[in-house]
Write a protein that binds this ligand. Sequence first.
Ligand code: HEM
Length: 285
Amino acid sequence: MVDLLLVTDPPEIRALNEDPGVDRKFLPRGPLVNQLIAGRIWRWFEIKGEPLPSLAPRADKLRASKQRELARALDPASGKTLWSGEQISKLASFVRGRGTNESAAITIQEIVGRQFDPQYRADQESWQAAALIDRFREGFSPLQIVWQITGRLKQAFALLIRRAKEDRWAMHGTAIGVHGIVRAIGRMRQLRAEPHAGLLSIDAVLGRCLAPPARVPRTIESNVPFGTGELRPGTLAILKLDNGEATAPGGEAVFMAGHWNSCPAQAFVTALLQEVWRRSLTEGA
Ligand code: HEM
């Protein structure tokens, strides 16, 4: 029925991720559950038959070149304006305890979307669509069947793909990557409410607020040594990146920096969070 492996040990995750026999080729093969998972990835996380970048194979040349291009485009050191003072002020105010999670999330989605399209429009509808997709990514549940029957899920994907102007990288950022920033800002708000928050170093703040995506999927493409045995082609491996521990900022653990699949938004996300935290300490003080 199923050939699935959950990997939780960080050194094992690193070793598997770097093995050339481990990839992101979600072909319909193997036992029923494997086929269902691959089918679900192909059905939903694609645009015009091409996968979203975090699900594209490692040897995909366009994926790799866009990864480099995006890292350059999103690098705050380039001097490009990546967000406005007004956007930072809204997020800082949220961190200081004002406003709702939803309005902060909309601002974050707008910031991310505008990296790809200066006219990107984020609103309650686009954020709720992203939130639904995030819950869908958490795994199978009976509720998801309802979302599919009622067409809610289809509408959510269609709306965000339209807003992303069918760009796979914009779609990834506004539907998936955005959640990492929203969660970090939520944790910042809790941290900011602590009595000695202002004394924390920025690295300590980021270490406590930033977390990697909970799990990322991989496919086994050739016989891969694992533990005392071997993984066979067709096995699905789920790498559990978030082990709930505080991380080093800019950490390899959060963004997979230094690996073939590293997040191109690392510098961008880090600088955005730093600026929001600093502003939250000065604003209204
Ligand atoms: C706190 C926020 C974020 C965290 C922690 C994060 C982390 C990660 C990680 C761990 C991966 C590797 C996924 C895998 O191996 O399967 C990844 C991939 C990626 N991330 Fe992020 N990300 C964040 C936000 C963003 C944002 C806002 C964007 C877009 C602006 C973005 C763009 C990407 C892209 C395009 C990839 C695929 C890279 C590739 O394989 O070509 N990320 N991210």
